[in-house]
Design a protein around this ligand. Structure first.
Ligand code: ADP
Ligand code: ADP
Ligand code: MG
Length: 679
């Protein structure tokens, strides 16, 4: 085994490789860009070397700097992870030339599979089934149009050098072909520096099923079964699972053997994935081979009980596959079911647009480490979290916006789904848009739950997956109110009315809290009234009026009683926004706090006092103004919230005691006010 390896990547995959290396007693060297100097992957490795500025082309794509770092630190091998240099033939060659092992396939195998067109030509020869299409060298537009007409519509134009779901166009009629071709070529040239394309039949309602293969340098080559990656958005994976629902023994063997044939045809070594597109009748066709470890490899680890990174390291230092030589394939078994959900910083309501920002709060479910029992039988972790970031880190536009992967295992698909629903409900991220709620809805979707998977699922289930929100449940609002009150108490303000010494009002105070919600393009305003009574609070929202009691507050965790219901939830404050995480639902509510005081009758004059220390940010009235009860007199900013100080009754503003920008102490008199005496 190697003594020391360099991990030429960042984020979760760098952390994940470091974990296996540590378990094997292999020392690790991290590399980092300026954006990642204090990143999690740097902390997870024994040493770290700076590469350069944040952009990948100045850091993680600088093969020369990475090799220099490997030499300087005495690393014997480089693990490229995925993305970046993982499928770069020249980098693999440079490693070999420098006498450093590249933990991946031989350069020639990377080259052979690097172009989708050339890979198809090779696969055709090896007898691997292909989607009907044209993948030759001729790129003349009129020629390609004739090929498309021959194949029959709809067709898919793909960039030969494409990846990551980019450079693809579906064309449904001959008349649209020329324009789609031109736009695909433009995107391919811009994204991959290569405008060559292939054209193939576009399958309707297909599934994406891929086979994990593994080969050693001694002629050993096995498949570690399939992963179903049909649940996609923009041709990119969202949920992956293994085994594929509905996969029969015979088809599994046929696909596995086709994948092994594909790998053997390019003299493959190490971990690789052969992707197939599968028609509704089960016919499968080769799509491409990814010559690296894949993002979704953990589901395979969970169902087989093997650590694929460990296998990569063993194979890269010349060991045979860690399986009995007599029947390596026969030694592999599927245990239970595993599902992975990719947590992305992105906005599902806005076409899954990537989001950037700081992870101001991040709570992930508890994980159990990958392990194996003494007799070698797999003991899968029930929940595994592969994360590359910590709370406080930023998701920047420089790199992939993936935050973490949740991977769960169950005896059955049903159990795995149930665990995933719970794991997602325990995933609380504040500070930027994420797909967590979307994933939750997906995990509850009946088609998905029944295993009726195909690549069009998300589009077809739009109505259910992107519900038109609006109504915010009472419980969510009660939890938000409780957070406001708890924060005020924690800040030493007790309850706001206690500090208003100057007031001679009735015992009962009523406060209106206004919350704003937004989901997609929908905005909502929700008024909640909170009465401070001697025996506790009364909560009123819409048709519900009931007692509210805050039982416990522990960090973001709140326990309360609303009528005869008990609720416990995480409610996280982020500036003006409260994030309520209740039973797998996440509701962001912006606070617009209006403290309304229903002084009934007795008071005739008073000074309104500051409910908490803060700053006056607006004055709405002039001395002498006659106002009605509830009129906003001035606005204070405190604890990042705006508090409107309103007239407790109809009356006259005698004097405004502070101006805009003034800092005021808790209890400071703000306004001298005379209550109009009812005639
Ligand atoms: P798969 O491995 O299943 O094909 P992707 O295509 O999404 O899934 O993963 C490969 C892609 O991941 C790369 O092409 C790149 O865009 C992205 N990527 C690169 N580096 C990282 C990283 N450190 N963490 C997560 N994703 C990365
Ligand atoms: P990438 O390199 O971006 O991963 P792939 O060739 O693997 O490109 O295709 C990505 C996705 O596009 C597939 O998972 C599938 O959803 C869809 N796709 C690819 N080829 C076809 C096809 N012939 N018919 C229908 N969908 C396809
Ligand atoms: Mg692919």
């Amino acid at each position: 085994m190697f003594n020391k390896i360099l991990i030429a990547n960042r984020g979760e995959i760098a952390c994940r490789v470091a974990a296996t290396a540590r378990r094997l007693g292999v020392r690790t060297v991290a590399v980092y860009s300026d954006a990642d100097a204090s990143a999690r992957h740097v902390a997870r490795c024994d040493e770290a070397v700076r590469l350069g500025p944040a952009p990948a082309r100045d850091s993680y794509l600088r093969g020369d700097l990475i090799l220099a770092a490997a030499k300087a630190t005495g690393a014997e091998a480089v693990h490229p992870g995925y993305g970046f240099l993982s499928e770069n033939e020249l980098f693999a060659q440079a490693c070999a030339a420098a006498g450093i092992a590249f933990i991946g396939p031989p350069p020639a195998a990377i080259r052979a599979m690097g172009s989708k067109s050339e890979a198809k030509a090779l696969m055709d020869k090896a007898g691997v089934p292909l989607v009907p299409g044209y993948h030759g060298a001729e790129q003349d537009a009129a020629f390609l149009q004739r090929e498309a007409d021959r194949i029959g519509y709809p067709v898919l134009i793909k960039a030969s050098a494409g990846g990551g779901g980019k450079g693809m166009r579906v064309v449904s009629a001959s008349a649209d072909f020329a324009a789609a071709l031109a736009s695909c070529q433009r995107e391919a040239a811009a994204s991959f520096g290569d405008d060559r394309v292939l054209v193939e039949k576009y399958l309707e309602r297909p599934r994406h099923i891929e086979i994990q293969v593994f080969a050693d340098a001694h002629g050993g080559c096995v498949y570690l079964f399939e992963r179903d990656c049909s649940v996609q958005r923009r041709h990119q994976k969202v949920i992956e699972e293994a085994p594929a629902p509905g996969m029969g023994v015979d088809r599994r063997r046929a696909m596995g053997e086709a994948a092994v044939a594909a790998a053997r045809a390019v003299h493959y070594q190490g971990a690789g994935t052969v992707e197939f597109i599968v028609a509704p009748d089960g016919t499968f066709y080769f799509m491409e081979m990814n010559t690296r470890l894949q993002v979704e490899h953990p589901v395979t680890e969970m169902i087989t009980g093997h650590d694929l990174v460990e296998w990569q390291l063993r194979v890269a230092c010349g060991e045979p596959l860690p399986l009995p030589a007599s029947d390596p394939q026969g030694a592999l078994r599927i245990h239970g079911h595993a599902i992975e959900a990719r947590i992305y910083a992105e906005n599902p309501d806005k076409g899954f647009l990537p989001a950037i920002g700081t992870l101001r709060h991040m709570a992930l479910p508890a994980a159990v480490e990958f392990r194996r029992s003494a007799d070698g039988a797999p003991l899968p972790a029930a929940v595994r979290i592969d994360a590359g970031v910590r709370a406080g880190d930023t998701i920047s536009p420089n790199y992939d916006p993936m935050i973490a992967k949740l991977i769960v295992w169950g005896d059955s698909r049903e159990q795995a789904l149930a665990r995933m629903r719970v794991a997602l409900a325990d995933t609380h991220i504040v500070g930027l848009a994420t797909n967590v709620d979307f994933l939750s809805r997906l995990l509850h979707n009946p088609s998905f739950s029944r295993g009726q998977l195909d690549t069009g699922l998300i589009e077809r289930e739009r109505a259910a997956l992107f519900p038109a929100h609006g109504a915010v449940p009472h419980e969510m609002l009660a939890l938000a109110v409780a957070r406001v009150v708890a924060d005020e108490r924690a800040a030493g303000n007790g309850d706001p009315w206690q500090s208003r010494h100057g007031w001679r009002l009735n015992t009962l105070y009523t406060r209106t809290l206004t919350f704003k919600s937004q989901s997609g393009e929908h905005f909502g305003v929700h008024d909640v009234t909170l009465e401070y009574g001697r025996d506790g609070f009364t909560f009123e929202h819409g048709s519900l009026r009931t007692a509210l009691a805050i039982d416990a507050v522990q960090g973001s965790r709140l326990s309360l009683r609303l009528g005869d219901r008990r609720l416990a939830a995480d409610v996280v404050r982020d500036g003006d926004d409260l994030h309520v995480f209740l039973n797998g639902r996440h509701q962001a509510l912006a606070v617009v706090d209006v403290i309304a005081h229903a002084g009934e009758g007795e008071a005739t004059e008073g000074r309104m006092t500051a409910p908490m220390p803060g700053k006056v940010i607006a004055v709405h009235v002039a001395p002498g103004a006659r106002v009605t009860q509830g009129t906003a007199l001035l606005v204070m900013e405190a604890m990042k919230m705006e508090h409107s100080i309103v007239a407790p009754a109809d009356g006259v503003v005698e004097e405004i005691l502070y101006g805009v920008g003034d800092q005021v102490d808790e209890g400071a008199a703000l306004v001298a006010f005379t209550v109009a005496v009812p005639a």
